[in-house]
Write a protein that binds this ligand. Structure first.
Ligand code: 9PG
Length: 521
């Protein structure tokens, strides 16, 4: 183990090779920067006291890195930073995958799950230190090469699983001359998770759908969760041997979803799995799509016993690079639900926060369950703002923005914050149905899509867009921790959230609400 004193790291940034590294801090820091594992996991500056475990535990596989989800001390994936009273920060960041940082007493500790790796260490002003880290990451992982980010209409946040050929045609026609570059078909077109063929709601097939999109003068986009396998799929029946298992040879569960089925993850170190994924990427490309949102990718990086014994994130990264090559470098690849560092240089853009929703916050999850990964505007803004340091490396997707008042009770001020965040990220998207938009809202959407404001950072949560000052502090703020009766209620709800019938009920209610919204097209 390499041990450093605080005095060793003052001055220029340092890069040190070690499997484990410890830096002794001179005093208790004020704040800790925790960086969550994948797109939907929390990234934020928090207190240095133990952070309550987010609940329910049954959500851990798809909201956190389940390996570390019960760790009470402040910690995070690949990097961690502490802020001192003088306003300076100390950052310890790995320049490699499969690494983790903890704050244990007065020691900032970095640990590799694999071999010795390079650690970047710097002390100074927050923006300078993160910029230097980003440069070093860029050298090792590669920088985004595409300078243009397409403006996207995505089917998820209005139609959800209710998409079909007829409705999508209506929407595509209704978008008229709005300046979108990509029309992206989200979840709901496939036969099953694992069986990536058009289902009965798309009788003309996916090539015809791509053709329809292209006839409107735009690029065709498609969602897939290529590393997951549902129990009901043909893929599951035919390829048990491709699934990721644990040491006891039980299948690893990457969670569940609206689909309601048990899910499994592919063992991405298996050469036949890679061949199958490459063929799948070529297939979807041959249908005419050239913008891909690959989702739930964390499934490929979960802890397990793989065909080839290699670090889990390295296995995932290698697989992502293969998929990227197979689809062609000219296709635009957005990764979602992805472990962040392993995706750098292997895609064009990364979703860097949880899903947005029609709620500013959700008191059940954010207060009682202390869960900041579930869909809400506050959760999305908080994590995205805290990950903006990634922007020089890769395009960053904050999820969609809202324009229509119909079907949306969000306050104007909150919708505006979300739109400003998208302008900051320079990644613009919506799912609003043209049928929902008034004439004014349609023009607001048009000018938003055409806007290219000059962005400058003023402080941690404050930015200027041209001459307008945007302050995200109200979204960043955490809901306080519950005490007494509410703490107990949180425990009970958290426990209940691990029971299958309760999860089924939550999913059923959620799906019913989504269905109702989608039916009011
Ligand atoms: C499609 C959606 C959208 C969305 C993605 C992702 O755990 N869950 O139940 C869960 C469901 C959906 C989800 C994340 C987690 O969202 O972020 O944009 O593509 O999948 O199913």
């Amino acid at each position: 183990m390499t041990q450093l004193q605080f005095t060793d790291i003052q001055g220029t940034p340092k890069i040190i090779r070690a499997a484990e590294i410890q830096i002794e801090l001179p005093s208790t820091p004020l704040k800790y920067y925790r960086h969550g594992w994948q797109s939907w996991s929390l990234a934020a500056w928090t207190d240095v006291t133990p952070f309550p475990m987010q609940k329910p535990v049954s959500f851990h596989p798809y909201q956190t890195d389940a390996v570390y989800a019960r760790e009470p001390n402040p910690h995070g994936s690949w990097l961690g930073a502490v802020e001192f009273e003088d306003g300076n920060i100390l950052l310890l960041g790995a320049l490699a995958t499969d690494t983790h940082v903890f704050l244990l007493q007065n020691q900032l500790t970095g640990r590799s799950e694999a071999d010795e790796v390079e650690w970047f260490i710097a002390y100074g002003s927050e923006s300078k230190v993160f910029d230097e880290y980003v440069q070093q990451l860029g050298i090792r992982f590669g920088m985004a090469v595409k300078d243009h980010v397409p403006r996207v209409w995505c089917s998820w946040y209005s139609l959800y699983l209710e998409i079909n050929e007829k409705i999508l045609h209506q929407v595509f026609d209704g978008l008229g001359d709005l300046p979108f570059d990509v029309l992206q078909v989200d979840d709901g077109w496939q036969k099953d998770i694992g069986d990536w063929e058009a289902n009965e709601k798309f009788p003309s097939g996916m090539a015809a759908l791509a053709e329809k999109i292209k006839s409107t003068g735009r690029r065709a986009g498609l969602w897939l969760a290529p590393l997951l396998v549902a129990k009901s799929s043909q893929l599951f029946r035919e390829h048990h041997d491709w699934l990721l298992k644990d040491e006891k040879r039980n299948y690893i569960s990457p969670g569940f979803n609206y689909w309601g089925q048990d899910l499994f993850a592919l063992d991405v170190s298996h050469p036949d799995v890679i061949l199958w994924l490459e063929a799948l990427m070529k297939q979807v490309r041959s249908w005419g799509f050239d913008y891909f949102k690959l989702d739930f990718l964390y499934g490929g990086a979960m802890k397990g016993r793989r065909h080839v014994n290699m670090p889990r994130e390295a296995a995932y990264r290698q697989c992502l690079i293969s998929m990227r090559k197979a689809m062609g470098e000219d296709a635009f690849l957005l990764t979602c639900g992805t472990p962040i560092l392993p995706a750098l240089g292997a895609c064009d853009a990364i979703r860097i926060g949880p899903d947005v929703s029609y709620e500013w916050e959700n008191r059940l999850y954010e207060y009682l369950l202390q869960n900041f990964s579930t869909p809400s505007i506050k959760n999305a803004i908080r994590t995205v703002v805290n990950r903006l340091w990634l922007k020089p490396l890769i395009h960053v997707d904050p999820d969609v923005e809202y324009f229509a008042a119909k079907e949306n009770t969000l306050e104007e001020e909150h919708k505006e914050q979300l739109r400003d965040l998208a302008l900051l990220c320079d990644f613009k998207a919506t799912s609003d149905l043209p049928q929902w938009l008034t004439v004014e809202e349609r023009e607001l959407l048009r000018s938003f899509l055409n806007a290219e404001p000059k962005v400058s950072k003023l402080s941690r949560y404050k930015y200027a867009l041209d001459n307008r000052i945007i302050d995200f502090s109200s979204a960043i703020e955490f809901t306080k921790q519950p005490k007494g009766f509410y703490a107990l209620l949180g425990e009970i709800m958290g426990w209940g959230g691990n029971l299958k019938p309760v999860i089924q009920l939550i999913l059923t209610l959620d799906t019913a609400a989504k269905k109702r919204r989608a039916s009011r097209i």
